[in-house]
Structure formats: C-alpha cells, structure tokens
Design a protein around this ligand. Sequence first.
Ligand code: DGL
Length: 275
Amino acid sequence: MDKPIGIIDSGIGGLTVLKEAEKQLPNERFIYLGDNLRCPYGSRESSEIVTFTREMINYLLQYDVKLIVIACNTATALALEYLAQEVPVPMLGVVYPGSLAATKQTTNGHIGVIGTVATINSEIYKRTIQSIDPAVRIYSLACPAFVPIIESGVVDGKELETIVEAELMPLKRWELDTLILGCTHFPLIKDIIRESVGNDITLIDSGAETARKLKKIVLKYGIQNTNKRSGAISSFKTTGDVSQFQKIANLWLDKRVWDIEKVDLSQRDVKDISF
Ligand code: DGL
C-alpha cells in the first residue's frame, strides 16, 4: 500500500520521531507537518490544542495518508482520544510507547517524566504508566522553557545548559532510575539533559519508542509499501519559516532536506471536511 504516513507536531519536535521512523521503515513515504507558527502548544488551552491538532490532521488527510502519527506529547495528551472518533485512518500517539518502555526499564520503580505544562497537567503519563504497572511511582515536572529555545534553533551552548540545569533541579531529590523525555522536542537537547541528570538515569525517548511501535503496527495490519525503494522518502510542510525549519531539519536528520512547503492551516475551512 504505497500511501504515505503522516507525522504531525506543533513544530520540529516530531522530527525526532521521523528520524527513527525513516530507519525503521526505509520503504515508506512520510509527510511531516509542523505547526511552527503556532508553537508552542504546551502553554495553550486544551480546546485550542484540540482545534489545532484537528486542523493538522485534516490537512494531511488530503494526501490520502494511511496512518497518522501524532508525534507530539501535548497533542497526544489532549487531543488523540477525542479526535480518534472522527478521523478515518488509524492514529498513533507518543505516550503509550514511552510509558511501556519506561516501565520495562525501571528497576527501583521511580520513573520521572518531563514535558510541557499541558502534558504534565493532563496527568496522561501517570494514568498510562499506572495502568501498565500500578506499583510504579511517577514524578512529573513541566519544563516550559525548553520548547521555545529549541524552536529558535538553539540546541547547545552554555546559556542553554544553565537553563536546563535550573529547570531540572527538582528531579535530583526523587531518586529516579528512569526519565521519560515526554516531549518530542527534548531529544534534540538530550546531551545537555544527560549532562544535567547524570549517567545513572536511563533516558527514554518517547518519539523513538513510537517509531518502533509504528513499524510493528504497519506490519501487523499489512499496510506496508510493497514497491521497493532504496530508502524512506520524506516531504515536509510547515506553517512557519521554511529556512528556519530547514536549518534545524538538516542538522537533526543529518542530511540536506529540500522538499519543504509553507502551508497555511487557518485558510482551510476544516468544518467542510466531514467524516
Ligand atoms: N513536541 C511537542 C510535545 O511533544 C511540543 C509541545 C509544544 O508545542 O509545546 O509536547
């Protein structure tokens, strides 16, 4: 089935999912949509997060995508369950795969989660992890400073290190052995987070876990592309600045990304699309 797989995020964070998805499924086509113009989602009202996520999904449906990955913890937390009823293709979020990996990893039963304010306030990780293993203790911390900095293209440097250190300070007293990067932007600064929390804590990348789950789903439902290809093909859409998107995408995906189109989601009358 040579239909593309859609991947959405509020910005560039979902590229951390795409990078792993391209490795896991080298025979597939991906269409990535980042709502960079309206990023961050994490400090927005839940109704707004649902509306924006719906607009992204509706946009991608015009490309006849066979499956959509909500590569954003915030949108997964606030919108996935709600929108699943109205979307005609399967959707995969990032929270369950990361939660499952963390519960398998922990030995002392103390799992930390860092994410946006909206994700942390939704308590989705707490609920999901406890549904997998009720004995685990979950410690959550919102880190609202990280996403705007990463979106601006800054992923290293002394100033960022100081901010990360200050933001993650509360984690130190929780005796964690596992920490979920519960925002798909955070793997972009994983080295700095690692430096701050030390080597005794295992970092779980919710995005990479999701890409591995994606492969299983595609194979299980037999919806893999059957035409042979020499590597995954990805095209990109952003509501924000194309050159800024390209700069970060080139860096993160370690290749020259060229197929990037600027799109305007607000111009589309999403109510016209009925399911
Ligand atoms: N990548 C999004 C997430 O995983 C970032 C959210 C935001 O836009 O604040 O939550």
